[in-house]
Design a protein around this ligand. Structure first.
Ligand SMILES: C[S@@+](CC[C@H](N)C(=O)[O-])C[C@H]1O[C@@H](n2cnc3c(N)ncnc32)[C@H](O)[C@@H]1O
Length: 276
């Protein structure tokens, strides 16, 4: 299955009430959104119709997240009727505030940028948020180079997978076998968790930033990737939407999602070392 087809299913299944996209380019993935959205890209060149209430930001994601309240455009206010008129959830202001329902990160394809994007997106997320990274399963060493020299380029974003497995094992990080270069769907976000922030410098220093990147065989062979069809067919999306609606607790919600993922063969033992 091609990545945009999978994303189309995701918008249908997650029924997001808001959407954040990092890396917009021509707007192909942003065009899938029909809900209040933010798109961030220093060089977008949108060439198609968009059908969402959109705040489009011409900047890098790092700069975007330095704003005082970057997701303000998506926030529900105090007045439920005004929220209704603006297409925001009516009562979220009184139910813990607005959190991101769906985010797609497809910006700068270098590990440290992707890691910062995850850390920043997680600040505005909750366990039911669906955070998707593109280009985590390069097909060869050339595609994974930090210095781009191929048409299709993933860079070394794949290093996010072992990094999360090692430092944030409680996250549900699902590698998805989409074409051309795989997706990573992350569930169970916790804005109160500061581990990545605390160890950021050490994690990046350890990652190895010289080309050629020794891409592990489990990445190239997609050993731990689930079938996109199986993931789409899983009842986990209904659980996730229900948990979000009723603001189910993190532990109960996460346990339910984990059980659904085990049912479709998500490998619990992911590699932990970046060059394993
Ligand atoms: C692969 S394209 C995005 C494609 C789009 N998501 C789609 O599927 O149609 C990557 C985009 O990321 C943008 N980009 C590069 N560095 C970025 C950064 N630091 N922050 C946000 N976007 C960035 C580029 O300008 C480029 O338009």
């Amino acid at each position: 299955m091609e990545r945009h087809e999978f994303l189309t299913h995701l918008h249908r299944l997650v029924r997001p009430r808001n959407y954040l996209e990092i890396g917009v380019q021509k707007g192909k993935s942003l065009a899938l959104s029909h809900v209040p959205s933010i798109g961030v890209d220093p060089e977008f060149v949108i060439n198609r119709a968009l059908r969402c209430d959109l705040h489009l930001v011409r900047s890098t994601s790092d700069d975007f997240f330095t704003h005082r309240d970057p997701i303000r455009h998506l926030r529900s206010g105090r007045n439920p009727l005004r929220n209704l008129a603006r297409g925001r959830p009516m009562f979220d202001h009184y139910r813990g505030g607005t959190r991101l329902d769906l985010a797609f990160v497809d910006g700068m394809h270098l590990f440290e940028f992707a890691l910062r994007d995850f850390m920043n997106v997680e600040r505005f997320a909750d366990w039911w948020s669906v955070i998707v990274f593109d280009d985590v399963l390069p097909r060869n060493v050339d595609e994974a180079a930090r210095e781009r020299h191929t048409t299709d380029w993933t860079g070394d974003v794949y290093k996010l997978i072992p990094t999360l497995a090692r430092h944030r094992p409680e996250l549900l990080a699902i590698q998805v076998d989409t074409q051309p270069t795989g997706l990573l769907v992350i569930l169970g976000a916790d804005p109160a968790n500061h581990v990545l922030r605390d160890y950021y410098e050490a994690i990046v220093a350890e990652a190895g930033l010289d080309d050629p990147q020794p891409v592990p065989s489990w990445v190239l062979n997609r050993d731990a990737a689930v079938s996109p069809e199986a993931l789409i067919a899983s009842p986990l999306w209904a659980d996730l939407v229900g948990g979000r609606r009723w603001r189910r607790g993190r532990d109960a919600g996460r346990r339910q999602l984990q059980a659904r993922l085990e049912a479709i063969g998500l490998s619990p033992a992911l590699p932990v070392a970046i060059d394993a």
